[in-house]
Structure formats: structure tokens, C-alpha cells
Design a binder for this molecule. Structure first.
Ligand code: C2E
Ligand code: CA
Ligand code: CA
Ligand code: CA
Length: 277
């Protein structure tokens, strides 16, 4: 048994080694991924169940690594944040998403697109300027752009972030609070942070089994209503989720049930299918 233990120890450190090596490789390759045009964006539909209509898309970044294939943002966004690359990367994502939104609009598909922000953007040069420039360049109506922030962001420098968000919203851009209810709680700040919507994290949607879990979602939806915030449920995967959420008065949903994140060609097919249902 002792010998086996030693073996396992050995395998374990080797395994760690593989992960370390991968991270180092990604770190190095990420530097040039932007100029090599290895990123692309997928779009996930947001659906209003009440009106039975598409109400927007969320832009989600992907990295097509030449050797390792498609890499999840969960793996490379933290590296991009560490290295500061998140700033040019987000600028690119904003530009792409706004260009695409404008292209859809020109085809009569008028749908807002949302882009995820990282905290680093609020500490960088000038987020307001960046957003304004990107909108100008794409000649996009600011009302068609939404920015998604997370709770943990607002816990630091609350006043500064509130000020920046107010300026951005004054342009007409919408702001939503992503992953609401997970991680650090910003509940005591919700009446001060200038946002338009709460996105209910998919951990809630996927955990409706107990009455107490349901009570928490119920409370969040009621609170949002009273604060005049829209609620978007994430991770909606089946009828049971939809029935429960609509029962609570939550009508806007995002999840695999309605559509996975898709590239623009897949989105065209998806939209055609919706029109011919
Ligand atoms: P998020 O903003 O919460 O995005 C939603 C994630 O949930 C996406 O994962 C999406 O594919 C996944 N998802 C959507 N519907 C379902 C469902 O029904 N079931 C399940 N199990 N999952 C679902 P993705 O695209 O891998 O993105 C992961 C996270 O990476 C995002 O979480 C966001 O925090 C971050 N991210 C993605 N793109 C960007 C970006 O351009 N910039 C920044 N800063 N972060 C990004
Ligand atoms: Ca998001
Ligand atoms: Ca989310
Ligand atoms: Ca999330």
C-alpha cells in the first residue's frame, strides 16, 4: 500500500506539471492571439417567454488555439486579467459585437447585444471613452449595447464604479448585473448601483429541488421588481425551469433550452428556424 501511495503522489505531481505547462503555454500564446486573429465570438439568444420573442444576444468570446483547439473563456480570461491583455481583448470584443449588432440591424434584425466586462476595464484608461469610440466606429445606437458586470466588481471602489456606470448609462447603454446571487453579495448596494437588470445565476436555475431554494429565487425576483430591475434567468435547460420561473414572474431566459452560444452562421440558421416554427 505504501508503494502505491508513492506512485500516486508521483502521478499527482506529474499531473500538476501538465497543468502548469499548459498555463505557461497559454500565457505565452495569448500575447499574440489577438493579432493572429485567433479569437471569435459566439452569441447566445435571450428569449422572452411571455411575448415568445427573441430579445437580445450575449456575446461570449472563444479562443481557437492553433494546436490546442477551442479554449473556454473560463480558462483564458483569468490569464488575460493577470497579464492586462484583458483590456485590448475587451476592446476587440466590444468592436466585434457592435459591428455584428449593426450588421444585424441593417438586415432588419434589431436586437441588443451584451458584452461581459472585467474589473480591469474600470481601472484602465477611460472606459467611457472606449465605449463611446466603439459605438461611434460601428455607428451603433447606444441603446443596442448592454454591458454585463459582476457583483464582486462593485465591492471595490464603489463610488468610482457608480460614477463610471452613470456616465456610461447616460450614453444610453444598458448595464446588467451578471451571476447575481453568487460569490460576494452586493445586495446592500443594489439601490445605489445604476443598473437595468439582474441576471440570475444558473446555479439557482439548476437547483430548484427544495422549497428553500425556490424561496430564495422568489425573493430575488420580487426584490428586482420593486427596484424596477429586469430579471434574466441564466442556464435555462428544460421545461421545469421555464414553468417555475414564469410562475414567479420571471419571463426573460437564456440557456441551452432556447439556444446555445453560436457563431454567426449558426445564428442565421437558428433565426431561420425560429421564423419557421
Ligand atoms: P457568463 O457571463 O455567466 O456566461 C454564461 C455562461 O453559461 C457561458 O459560458 C454559456 O455558454 C453558459 N451557458 C449558457 N446557457 C447555459 C445552460 O443552459 N447550461 C449551462 N450549463 N451553461 C450555460 P462560457 O461562454 O463558457 O463563458 C463562461 C464565462 O466566461 C462567462 O460567464 C463570463 O464570465 C466569461 N466570459 C465569456 N466571454 C467573455 C468576454 O468576452 N469577456 C469577459 N470579461 N468574460 C467573458
Ligand atoms: Ca455574462
Ligand atoms: Ca452569468
Ligand atoms: Ca457565470
Amino acid at each position: 500500500a505504501k508503494g502505491l501511495g508513492k506512485n500516486q503522489q508521483c502521478l499527482y505531481t506529474e499531473e500538476m506539471g501538465v497543468q502548469e505547462v499548459r498555463k505557461m503555454e497559454l500565457e505565452k500564446d495569448l500575447q499574440r492571439a489577438l493579432e493572429l486573429k485567433e479569437f471569435f465570438i459566439v452569441y447566445q439568444p435571450k428569449w422572452n417567454v411571455k411575448s415568445n420573442r427573441l430579445v437580445g444576444f450575449e456575446a461570449l468570446i472563444r479562443w481557437n488555439h492553433p494546436r490546442l483547439g477551442i479554449i473556454s473563456p473560463l480558462e483564458f480570461i483569468p490569464i488575460a486579467e493577470e497579464t492586462g491583455l484583458i483590456i485590448p481583448m475587451t476592446r476587440w470584443t466590444l468592436e466585434e459585437a457592435c459591428k455584428q449588432c449593426r450588421a444585424w440591424k441593417d438586415r432588419g434584425i434589431v436586437q441588443p447585444v451584451s458584452v461581459n466586462l472585467s474589473i480591469r476595464l474600470f481601472h484602465g484608461d477611460n472606459l467611457l471613452e472606449l465605449v463611446r469610440n466603439v459605438l461611434d466606429k460601428a455607428e451603433l445606437d447606444p441603446h443596442l449595447l448592454e454591458l454585463e458586470i459582476t457583483e464582486s466588481m462593485v465591492l471595490h471602489d464603489v463610488n468610482d464604479i457608480i460614477r463610471q456606470l452613470e456616465n456610461i448609462r447616460a450614453l444610453g447603454v444598458k448595464v446588467s448585473m451578471d451571476d447575481f446571487g453568487t460569490g460576494y453579495s452586493s445586495i446592500g448596494l443594489l439601490d445605489r448601483i445604476p443598473i437595468d437588470a439582474l441576471k440570475l445565476d444558473r446555479l439557482f436555475t439548476n437547483d430548484l429541488d427544495t422549497p428553500s431554494k425556490r424561496a430564495i429565487i422568489n425573493a430575488i425576483v420580487l426584490m428586482a421588481e420593486n427596484l424596477n430591475l429586469d430579471v434574466i434567468a441564466e442556464g435555462v435547460e428544460n421545461k421545469e425551469h421555464i414553468d417555475f420561473l414564469t410562475g414567479l414572474g420571471c419571463h426573460v431566459m437564456q440557456g441551452y433550452y432556447y439556444g446555445k452560444p453560436m457563431d454567426i452562421d449558426e445564428i442565421d440558421v437558428w433565426m431561420y428556424e425560429q421564423d419557421h416554427k
